[in-house]
Design a binder for this molecule. Structure first.
Ligand SMILES: Cc1cc2nc3c(=O)[nH]c(=O)nc-3n(C[C@H](O)[C@H](O)[C@H](O)COP(=O)(O)OP(=O)(O)OC[C@H]3O[C@@H](n4cnc5c(N)ncnc54)[C@H](O)[C@@H]3O)c2cc1C
Length: 469
């Protein structure tokens, strides 16, 4: 039987094709790129901020949980409808993609796929640097909510560094604007920064103003091959402390190299312990000198080979293969737990040692790749959720990965967010008072706790990761 709020929802979204109610549809909105399956009561697909506002007003009045969702590629459980209610699918909100050349800004709708924005900006001769590996499938709204990063975070920063202003529908259904179109803006509290990375817990982003920058004149990629994982870590520190700032510096360990080569061969050396993939951009003369220095430094530290790729096609091949690491390792075993524990750059070699110990202690398939240039590693555990014994060991291993990152002065998440997966560990990083201050902000913004409940904040007594159903 239809509940009262179901009937009211039919009036808010008049085109009833944009309210999904069939069991199969509901189930298909019940998972993301992480772990767990849930079923919402309704999926709504608004196309305007007014519709979003009406949905939230209704939900707020009836205390119905609302779970904003982009393309569901989240790796921390962010869009999972853990308490049922409404999934608010933003993927049809794609009407605006305006590039303002005079002000070097772009105004975009939240449901647009990030790579489409990058392509449009590129065509106009500008550059939007944030480049999550999922850029071709994830939405800009999802990127804002997670403050997503990517390989270029090293030199150019993450999504949040390019957000000038936002239009947001609050949990009570009010439409507000934060920030604006200017490069500088210090009027009052920085609500834009608060919303960026808030994982859909403070409202729904309905429009975004992005900062663009001029396109670098040239770009070269290098592939440095190491027979020792520790040497590759030392090379990262060496390059960065020499004053060279690559636009990206990625590390891929032997397990990931082999997974990629089995999945879609790219010519990565399968007998190496690790490779560093380095991108330099800027003035061609400066890049020439930087290549020479990096080549020499890597060889002195122990690289067996350093190759450079100048042609666009050659470079794209190297980076496309990097993007395939995630799908490639997913072939190793059916369940993939993807982490993004991040440590200060100087602690990368130590973090590698800790990860090695964890792999051996728990006898698990733990592989590592990631944005090593900024300390943001991606330890991934490949397992099978049906194997109860192994999953118990994986739960303990994941906890130890988080502990290792925090012990080394790092953080639970460099870019994937907290979602459901890391909520139990928040107090460990922030302390009781730090976490409480965040909770108080949430309570003020969302007094009825309808926006994405059970995310970021641990439930009472939730102090460890539970992967078993
Ligand atoms: C293969 C693969 C590679 C990846 N590589 C990277 C990477 O390099 N860097 C990185 O940072 N992440 C990466 N990710 C994670 C993921 O792609 C990003 O977090 C992405 O930003 C999520 O976008 P989405 O559209 O899929 O959002 P969803 O997964 O649907 O949602 C993510 C969060 O955003 C909220 N949300 C979505 N839209 C809105 C909105 N309009 N308003 C308010 N809240 C909203 C949701 O509630 C949820 O909490 C990767 C994922 C995969 C599967």
């Amino acid at each position: 039987m239809k509940k009262k709020w179901h009937k009211k929802l039919d009036k808010v979204i008049k085109d009833n094709k944009r309210i999904l109610t069939k069991s199969a549809d509901l189930l298909s909105y019940g998972f993301d790129g992480s772990f767990g399956q849930f079923k919402p009561e309704r999926v709504v697909q608004p196309i305007s901020r007014e519709e979003v506002a009406e949905v939230l007003k209704l939900a707020n009045k009836h205390s119905i949980p609302v779970y904003p969702r982009g393309q569901g590629t989240c790796l921390s459980g962010g869009p999972l409808p853990v308490k049922g209610g409404i999934v608010l699918d933003t993927c049809r909100m794609t009407s605006k993609l305006i590039i303002d050349s005079e002000n070097l800004t772009a105004v975009v709708s939240p449901g647009i796929i990030t790579s489409k924005i990058k392509e449009a900006v590129d065509k106009e001769g500008y550059f939007y640097p944030p480049d999550p590996s999922s850029a071709h499938v994830s939405t800009i709204g999802g990127n804002i909510a997670e403050n997503s990063g990517g390989p270029r975070g090293l030199k150019y920063g993450v999504t949040g560094n390019y957000v000038l202003g936002l239009e947001v529908v609050t949990p009570e259904g009010e439409i507000i604007n934060t920030g604006g179109r200017t490069i500088k803006n210090v009027t009052g509290y920085n609500l834009t920064s608060l919303i960026v990375g808030s994982e859909g817990t403070l409202g729904v982003v309905t429009e975004i103003t992005l900062k663009l920058i001029p396109k670098p004149k040239s770009r070269v990629s290098l592939l440095a091959v190491f027979d020792d994982l520790g040497d590759s870590g030392r090379a990262i520190s060496g390059i960065l402390s020499s004053g060279i700032m690559p636009s990206a510096m990625e590390i891929i360990d032997k397990y990931c190299i082999n997974a990629v080569e089995n999945y879609n061969p790219a010519g990565y050396p399968t007998d190496a312990a690790a490779i560093l993939l380095i991108e330099l951009d800027g003035h061609p003369k400066a890049i020439e000198e930087e290549i020479r220095q990096i080549d020499q430094m890597c060889r002195e530290i122990g690289a067996r080979d350093v190759q450079s790729a100048v042609e666009e096609g050659e470079q794209n091949k190297l980076w496309e293969a990097r993007k395939l690491v995630s799908p490639a390792i997913a072939k190793i075993k059916p369940t993939k737990i993807s982490e993004d524990a991040t440590v200060p750059r100087s602690k990368i070699p130590e973090m590698f040692e800790r990860l090695n110990e964890i792999r051996e202690k728990y006898n698990i398939e733990l592989v590592v790749f990631g944005h090593a240039g900024d300390g943001n590693l991606h330890p991934n555990i490949l397992t099978d959720k049906r194997d109860k014994d192994e999953i118990k060991r994986v739960e303990m291993a994941v906890s130890e990965i988080f502990e290792a990152a925090i012990d080394l002065g790092g953080t639970l998440s460099g870019e994937h967010g907290i979602g459901t997966m890391k909520a139990p560990f928040m107090e460990k990083e922030l302390g009781h008072i730090g976490l409480d201050m965040m909770k108080r902000i949430k309570e003020v913004w969302d007094p009825n706790n309808i926006m994405n409940p059970e995310k970021i904040f641990p439930e009472k007594g939730q102090s460890k990761l539970v992967l078993t159903e």
